[in-house]
Design a protein around this ligand. Structure first.
Ligand code: NDP
Ligand code: MG
Length: 381
C-alpha cells in the first residue's frame, strides 16, 4: 500500500472518492489541488491535513492563500506550476491524477520524473501523449496503475500473466442514448447527457460516455497501458456495467473482472496494489442479476467511437487533436453554445484540417493540442 499521496483534482468526482478512500485506509496526503472549489478543499484539508495545496484558478488561489494564512499549510502558485510542484513533492510516494483533460499531462510527467507511483485516472494524458509518458515511465521505473475501471479490470486480469495476452475485451455500457440515431440525438441537452444510467461522474466524462468518445479514448488508453495494437482490442457494449472488462489469453481462456459500478474500488486498488484490503463498497450479488449482455457496437450510430478508433490506428498527433478538439467541443456543449451532434462534427473537422505529424515530439503534441482547441473556438465564433 502507498504511504502518502498527492491528489491532483481532489475536489472532482474521482478526487472526492480518493480523499474518502485515503481517509478510510489511513493513507496520508502530501498535497491536494483544485481548480476553483475552495470551500470543498478547505473541508478536505481538515480531513487529510496536507502540507501543500494549490488552486489552478487565479482568483481562487488568492482566496485560498487568505484562508490559510498562518496555518502552516503551503499554498502553491496558481496554474500549471502549482500542479507540477504538487506532483513532484518529496515525501509523497503516489500521485492520483484526477484532473480532467490535457492539463494533467505536464504534472503527470513531473510525477514520473520524481519516480512516484501514478494512480492514473486522467486518461486524456495517455491519449494525447501516451508514447512519451509510457517511455519515460519505463525509463524512470515509475509505476503506472490505472484507475479507469476498465483498465483496472484489465490490469487485474493480466496480473502475473505477462506474455499470455491474445485480446483485450473492452466493455462499455453504451451510455444513456444507446441505439439512438443522429436524428434522435440532435436535441440532446447537457442535463440529459450528464445523466449516466450506471455511473456518477464529472460533467466532461459523462458527456464523453454519452457520445461514446469515452470508449474511444479508453481504447487508446488501453493501447498505451498494455502495449496493445488496435487489432488486439475489441469493444463490447455491455449495458449492465458488471463486467468491467476482460482479457482473452493465448489458449482461448477468458478472464473477466466483475463488480458493482463503484469507482472507489479501482481507486483503492491503485493505492493498495499489489495487495488488496477490505473496502466499503457494496458486494456484487450474482443471483440478483437478470442477465449479462454483450453486443457489438453499431459504429454508424457511434461516430465518435469510430473516429477515435481510426485515430488510434493513425497514431502520431491524431489522438492529441481528437482529445483536445473533443475537450473544447464538450465545454462549448455544456455552455449551450454547441449542439450535441456538433461535438462529433467539430472533432472530425479539426482532424481534417490540422497538420498530421507521424512521429511527434512532446512539443509537436502540445502544438497540435493548442491548434485543435483554437480550431474549435474559431469554428463556433
Ligand atoms: P471532475 O470534473 O469531477 O473533476 C476534475 C477535478 O480537476 C476537479 O478537482 C477540478 O476542480 C479540477 N480541475 C478542473 N479543471 C482544472 C484545471 N484546468 N486545472 C487544474 N485542475 C482542474 O472530473 P472527474 O473526476 O469525473 O474525472 C477526472 C479524470 O478521471 C478525467 O480524466 C476522467 O476521464 C477520469 N475518469 C473519471 C471517472 C469518474 O467516474 N468520474 C471514471 C474514469 C476515469 P473544480 O472542483 O474546481 O472544478
Ligand atoms: Mg472508464
Amino acid at each position: 500500500m502507498v504511504d502518502k499521496v498527492v491528489i491532483l483534482g481532489s475536489t472532482g468526482s474521482i478526487g472526492r472518492q480518493s480523499v474518502e478512500v485515503c481517509r478510510r485506509l489511513g493513507i496520508k496526503a502530501a498535497a491536494l489541488t483544485t481548480n476553483k472549489n475552495i470551500g470543498l478543499l478547505m473541508e478536505q484539508i481538515k480531513v487529510l491535513r496536507p502540507e501543500y495545496v494549490s488552486a489552478f484558478d487565479k482568483d481562487a488561489s488568492e482566496r485560498l492563500r487568505a484562508e490559510l494564512e498562518g496555518t502552516g499549510v503551503t499554498v502553491g502558485p496558481p496554474g500549471e506550476a502549482g500542479l507540477i510542484e504538487a506532483a513532484s513533492l518529496e515525501g509523497a510516494d503516489c500521485v492520483v491524477t484526477a484532473v480532467s483533460g490535457a492539463v494533467g499531462l505536464r504534472p503527470t510527467l513531473a510525477a514520473i520524473e520524481a519516480k512516484k507511483r501514478i494512480a492514473l485516472a486522467n486518461k486524456e494524458t495517455l491519449v494525447c501523449a501516451g508514447t512519451v509518458v509510457m517511455r519515460r515511465a519505463r525509463e524512470t521505473g515509475a509505476e503506472i496503475v490505472p484507475v479507469d475501471s476498465e483498465h483496472s479490470a484489465i490490469f487485474q486480469c493480466l496480473s502475473g500473466r505477462a506474455g499470455e495476452l491474445r485480446r483485450i475485451l473492452l466493455t462499455g455500457s453504451g451510455g444513456p442514448f444507446r441505439g439512438w440515431s443522429r436524428e434522435q440525438t440532435a436535441g440532446v441537452t447537457p442535463e440529459q447527457a450528464v445523466k449516466h444510467p450506471n455511473w456518477s461522474m464529472g460533467a466532461k466524462i459523462s458527456v464523453d460516455s454519452a457520445t461514446m468518445m469515452n470508449k474511444g479514448l479508453e481504447f487508446i488508453e488501453a493501447m498505451h497501458l498494455f502495449s496493445a495494437r488496435p487489432e488486439d482490442i475489441e469493444v463490447l457494449i455491455h449495458p449492465e456495467s458488471v463486467v468491467h472488462s476482460a482479457v482473452e489469453l493465448v489458449d482461448g481462456t477468458v478472464i473477466a473482472q466483475l463488480g458493482v459500478p463503484d469507482m472507489a474500488l479501482p481507486i483503492q486498488y491503485a493505492l493498495t496494489w499489489p495487495e488488496r484490503c477490505e473496502s466499503a463498497s457494496a458486494r456484487l450479488d450474482m443471483t440478483a442479476l437478470s442477465g449479462l449482455h454483450f453486443l457489438k457496437p453499431d459504429y454508424e450510430k457511434l461516430p465518435c467511437l469510430a473516429l477515435a478508433m481510426d485515430c488510434a490506428k493513425r497514431g502520431g498527433t491524431a489522438p492529441a487533436v481528437l482529445s483536445a478538439a473533443n475537450e473544447a467541443a464538450v465545454a462549448l456543449f455544456l455552455a449551450r453554445r454547441l449542439g450535441y451532434n456538433e461535438i462529433y462534427d467539430c472533432v472530425a473537422a479539426a482532424l481534417g484540417s490540422i497538420d498530421f505529424i507521424a512521429e511527434p515530439s512532446l512539443e509537436d503534441i502540445l502544438a497540435a493540442d493548442t491548434a485543435a482547441r483554437a480550431f474549435v473556438r474559431e469554428r463556433i465564433s
